[in-house]
Write a protein that binds this ligand. Structure first.
Ligand code: AMP
Length: 280
């Protein structure tokens, strides 16, 4: 299964990605995490990204595309992956399409976590508090000022991806304002309905059965609907055929077919009579 999680900062992409990883045994590819690791390690990419990230800007497309191209080549990504925080721009999405096309890989879905912007500041502040409480370092970009900038970037550069993937019939939207548990359930439900969950991704038999059920039940109504539509079209077809026939037969007398026939028969009978009389 190959998925993209799309949503503004604080929408819960990271949390949901981890839950999906846990359930389906595929890897989470977070460009934000990879970039933070690069910054911490002081690599050339890290040095290039450090300032940009601290200010809530976007790292250049070619840098993140390069990171992802290398990462999806690795063995643990062969079974599938969840992209979290990538793509973030239309050129990144186009580059990803090209990468997948070259590798003959299919993207199953793009799950958009839709949230109220007003709740995001609160969420990010809570995340910072929880991180501090665990004794961990708080992200430099988890401040109200930088969040405002990141949100503006999301609106102008990332939100167009909603249209991009909806045009490609890949977009699935989930209400990201519900509880974490509820959002996870909804994501799994819609992935099951589109048939993105492979049976082998489920460890237990009942779960496998459930996925199969979701898969078929999602397909069945569509099949059924098509059958019903075909059936509904039948009487209309029949009626059209009947009308055609009626029109044909209605045309015949108008063309004079019946009258012509009668005239011919009368002529024949007259000829016969003259012949008979002549014989006599
Ligand atoms: P995140 O952890 O996804 O919120 O990302 C943290 C920061 O890393 C972002 O604010 C950007 O500066 C940078 N970043 C992560 N992913 C991308 C990407 N796909 N394109 C550009 N910059 C990115």
């Amino acid at each position: 299964m190959r998925l993209i999680l799309l949503g503004p900062p604080g929408s819960g992409k990271g949390t949901q990605a981890q839950r999906l990883v846990h359930k389906h045994g595929i890897v989470q590819l977070s460009t934000g995490e990879m970039l933070r690791a690069a910054v911490a390690a002081g690599t050339p990419i890290g040095l290039q990204a450090k300032e940009i990230m601290a200010n809530g800007g976007l790292v250049p497309d070619e840098v993140v595309v390069g990171i992802i191209a290398d990462r999806i080549e690795q063995a643990d990504a062969k079974k599938g992956f969840i992209l979290d925080g990538f793509p973030r721009t239309v050129p990144q999405a186009a580059a990803l399409d090209e990468l997948l096309r070259k590798k003959h890989l299919k993207l199953d879905a793009v799950v958009e976590l839709r949230v109220n912007e007003s709740a995001l500041l609160e969420r990010v502040e809570r995340r910072a508090q929880e991180t501090r409480a665990r004794g961990e370092e708080v992200r430099l970009d988890d401040t109200p000022e930088v969040l405002t900038k990141r949100l503006a970037q999301y609106r102008s550069l990332t939100e167009p991806l909603i249209h991009y993937y909806s045009e490609k019939r890949k977009l699935l939207t989930v209400d990201g304002m519900m509880t974490i548990e509820h959002v996870t359930r909804d994501i799994n439900r819609i992935l099951g309905a589109i048939g993105a969950l492979e049976p082998k991704e489920h460890a237990a038999e009942p779960a496998r059965k459930a996925a199969k059920g979701a898969k078929t039940s999602a397909k069945k109504p569509a099949k059924k609907a098509a059958k019903v539509a075909r059936k509904a079209a039948k009487p209309a077809k029949k009626a059209a055929k009947g009308a055609k026939k009626a029109a044909k037969s209605a045309k015949k007398p108008a063309k004079g077919g019946g009258a012509k026939k009668a005239k011919k028969a009368a002529k024949k009978a007259a000829k016969k009579l003259t012949k008979k009389r002549a014989k006599r």
